[in-house]
Every structure is written in C-alpha cells, then in structure tokens.
Design a protein around this ligand. Structure first.
Ligand SMILES: Cc1ncc(COP(=O)(O)O)c(C=O)c1O
Length: 504
C-alpha cells in the first residue's frame, strides 16, 4: 500500500470514529470540505470498479443517439450473441451464486420457443389473448396446491402472477395496508419485519407509507418470536417471515410467528420467494418445518417462479389464503375516458410471454422434475457445507439448507470473496455481520463444480489477508460500506453507482 493510500484509509477510520461519537456530525456529508473528501473517496472507488461496470466500453460501438438508418439484423444479433456468450460462460459453468436456477439448454429452448410464440401478447387484452389468462389462472392454481391450499376451504386461495419477488412482496404489503385502512380504520399502518427479511419489504414500506418495525434475529439468524411479540401494536397490519431468508438461507419460526398474527387477527406473510418452489420438494430427512398454508395463520405467500420454479426472469406468484383479499390488491378505474380500466398488479400492460413461458416451465418440470432437482441440489449442499466446515478459518452462519452463508474470525471475509472472484466465482457479499453466501442451483450439481468450489475456497482463505486488514480489489469497498456509520453516505454511493450504470 502506498503511503498516500495508507494515509487515506487512516483518515477514513478516524472520520468514522468521530462521526460515531459526535452526534452533530450526523450531517457531516453537507460540510463542504468533508463532502469534497467523500466525493474523492467515491470517485476513487468508481475508478477501481470501472472495468467491471463497463467491460464493453472499448470493444463494442456505443449509441448515444439513434442510428440514422436501421442497422442490419445480423449485425445486431451478432453483438448480442457475442456479449451473451461471454456472460453465459460465467453462470453456465456453475460459477454464480443463484442468478440462473436451471440453465439446461433443452429447458431454456422450450421457454424461448414459448416466449417467441407469445411475444406480442398482453393479458390486459383478454379478449385478444385468452390463452394468457388461462395460463395465469393455472399457474396460480398449481402453485396454491403445491403450497398447501385446501381445495375444499370455504374461501379458496387466490393469487396473481407478478413480475418478480419484489412486486409480489410490494403488492402484498399494499394489500394489507388497504385492507387494514378499510376494515380496521388504521391510518398509520405498521409492518413487523425481521432484519433479515428481503429489502423489498423496506421498499414496500417506503412506497406505501407503512412504518417498518424492524425486529431482531437470534444467534441462529432466525426472527426472534419474542422481539416480534414486543413489537406488536394497535397499528400492526402484518408480520413477515422468510422461508428461507435471502442472506443466511434459514427459515424463520413461521408457525410461532403466524400464531401470533392469528391471535391478533392480523396478516402473516411468508416470503417464500426463494423457497416456495424448493422447500415442498426437500427430502424428508432434512425435516423442513411447515411454512405454507398448512400453517394456521399464514395469510399470504410469495413464491418466485423465476427462481426455483425454473421460469425465465420476470415472474413470481403472490397468493392469499382468502382469495377475496385480492380486491384490496386490484386497481379499477370506472371514470376514465379511455374506458373501464382494471389491472391486478402494478404494471398496466404485462408481458404475456413471461406468463406463458412460466406455465411451460411448470408443466415441463412436473412434481417429479422439481423433486429430483431439489434432491440433487441438497446433496451438493451437504458436500459444500462439509467442505466449508473442513476449512478451519471459516464458519457457517446458522443452519442453512442450500443457501449457505459463511464468515471467518481470522481472515478478511471480503478479501476471501475478492480472491474467489479472481478464480471466476460470483458470490454474494453480505454485511451485519460481514459474510459471504452462495445460493446453490442446478448448475452447481454438475460434475466437478462443488469440488472446485471447495478447493478454490480453501486456497482463497489461505491467500486472504487477516481480519481487520484491508484486502485487495473490492474487499475495501465492501469493508468500508459495512463500517461507515453515516448510512446516508453509503446510500449516496449506491445512487451514484446506479447513475454510473446509466452512463453510455
Ligand atoms: C427471500 C427473497 N425474497 C424476495 C426476493 C426478491 O425477489 P426479486 O429479486 O425477484 O424481486 C428475493 C430475491 O433474491 C429473495 O431471496
């Protein structure tokens, strides 16, 4: 490290120390000298990230304006093909955490064919494309039964296909808010959300002016039932639990939390975006606790078809135990000069092709397909967990099934991640506490992938700097982001990062 760089990071540590102790520095980012210093820090980090953000800058033409004349189709597809084949190499060989969940060429060919056949469809126009409504209704019905819906219940489960996990979650929160406002007169709604629940709940609270009541998780990284009990108030509209959580892959105590919700007569949402199409098929020996409509008190579930449902990106299912709840989700406009308007989700026009290919994915998999897929992923998970446990410097957080988070007491975990990146791996860096996770998919079950992961991880751990030391590449960026007490600064950095993505 150069003397200048050492001085810079030392200043940074001192600044953080001061900010943490002096409350009047909470708005420190607006002090001119300091804000210039922070800008310089950000620019330094962006310079380091430039190559990974814009890898095609020098290699492909850039379009800031429309070409005067349309370009030839073969040229356009050649560019896309080249980028796509480079990017496919990363995930196809099993180097990515999550991201692509199925990945077999044959399966993708079916989805692509169905997409191509239906690419112009839009369920908003059910008169033109009734096929898409049929597909959507069947996706909802199949998912509901898979998730424990009682076919003979007086109020049948109802749902919708959305564009992804975040939309399912946001729609669920909006629905609980509107229901509570109308039925219970709640004007200042609160949602109880464990710290490890997905950021989409935060987003929902932000969008729909719901007060987010964050509650602690225990040392096993599962939501604390006691903390939830203490957080309940007259304004609580819903309690949330994950099955499993994105960061640590553990399942919250759904039965206990849902029982609390039931006692209070409020909603309970199981976020099974990650596990909805996985947990029902986990072999019995793993003793997965119930998380779906079999649990009394669970009033809604989100389950992503574009993850372990093996559809292409852009679909998820939101279900309500009492299908009538959907009336608080739907939007209708009866006075618009454009006609009588109704729309079940946030989008107006929706890509029917994504619904069609999702339906095709579910039919192509069938119960047996999901079951064998999950069995193979669980075998790989067992191997990888054992491998991580055999590396003395590492430890696994909680008791995960197939989304495995690990940390190190003696090494800089972000430096380990950086070194894994250099070996080709794309893992997820997490914080609070600092750790890294891998979400296993079918691609990790390919011969040799799990063995290579453990081998590379062992080497990366040995190479990595010790805990508290800066580390290389992205490691300091993660380290700093986790440490900065002024979260506004981190937020600013993230917003600038998004701006960068939009730079041509
Ligand atoms: C548990 C959980 N919930 C919600 C989401 C959000 O899903 P999406 O990225 O499809 O919006 C994810 C995504 O990984 C997740 O793991």
């Amino acid at each position: 490290m150069s003397i200048l760089a050492a001085l810079r990071s030392w200043c940074w540590v001192c600044l953080n120390w001061l900010i943490e102790r002096l409350p009047f520095l909470k708005n420190a980012e607006s002090i001119p000298g300091l804000s210039r210093y922070i800008e310089a820090q950000h620019e330094g980090m962006f310079a380091e990230l430039e190559e990974s953000i814009k890898p095609y800058h020098q290699r492909f033409p850039r379009f800031k304006a429309l070409p005067d004349q349309g370009l030839a189709a073969p040229q356009i597809s050649a560019w896309v093909r080249e980028m796509s084949s480079e990017e496919s190499r990363v995930w196809e060989q099993g180097f990515a955490s999550g991201s692509v969940y199925h990945g077999d060429r044959e399966h993708m060919a079916l989805l692509n064919e169905v997409y191509a056949l239906t690419s112009q469809t839009n369920p908003l126009h059910s008169d033109i494309w009734p096929s898409i409504n049929k597909f959507e209704a069947e996706i909802v019905a199949m998912t509901a039964l898979m998730l424990g819906a009682d076919e003979n219940a007086p109020a049948p489960v109802g749902g919708t296909v959305t564009s992804g996990g975040s939309e399912s979650i946001m729609l669920a929160m909006k629905t609980y808010r509107d229901y509570a406002r109308q039925k219970r007169g709640i004007k200042h709604p609160e949602a109880i959300i464990p710290l490890t629940a997905h950021a989409a709940f935060d987003k929902a609270c932000h969008y729909f002016t719901i007060k987010k009541i964050s509650v602690a998780v225990g040392s096993d990284y599962r939501a604390s039932v006691e903390a939830v009990r203490l957080a309940l108030s007259r304004n609580t509209i819903v309690i949330v639990g994950s099955a499993p959580s994105f960061p640590h892959g553990v399942i919250d105590p759904i039965a206990e939390l849902a029982a609390l919700a039931q006692q209070r007569g409020i909603g309970f949402h199981t976020d099974a975006c990650l596990g909805g199409f996985f947990l029902p098929w986990v072999p019995e020996k793993y003793q997965v606790p119930a998380f779906d409509f079999r649990v009394p008190g669970v009033s809604s579930i989100s389950a992503d078809t574009h993850k372990f449902g093996y559809a292409s990106k852009g679909s998820s299912v939101l279900l309500f135990r009492d299908g009538a709840m959907r009336h608080f989700q739907y939007f209708v406009s009866t006075e618009w000069p454009g006609g009588l308007y109704f729309s079940p989700t946030f989008a107006g026009s929706r890509p029917g092709a994504l619904i069609a290919q999702c339906w095709a994915a579910m039919l192509a998999m069938g119960r047996e397909g999901y079951q064998s897929s999950v069995a193979a992923i669980m075998l790989t998970a067992d191997y990888i967990k054992e491998g991580i446990r055999s590396i003395p410097e590492l430890e696994i957080l909680g008791e995960p099934l197939w989304v495995i988070a690990f940390t190190s007491k003696s090494r800089n975990i972000y430096d380990i991640m950086e070194r894994m990146s250099r070996k080709g791996w794309h893992l997820n860096g997490l914080h609070r506490p600092p750790c890294v996770h891998i979400c296993l998919t079918r691609l990790h079950t390919k011969p040799g992938v799990a063995e290579r992961f453990v081998e590379d991880l062992r080497a990366a751990t040995l190479e990595a700097s010790s805990r508290g030391k800066k580390g290389e590449g992205m490691a300091p960026v993660y380290g700093m982001a986790a440490q900065i007490p002024l979260r506004g600064l981190v937020a600013k950095f993230l917003k600038k990062y998004m701006d960068k993505l939009y730079e041509v």
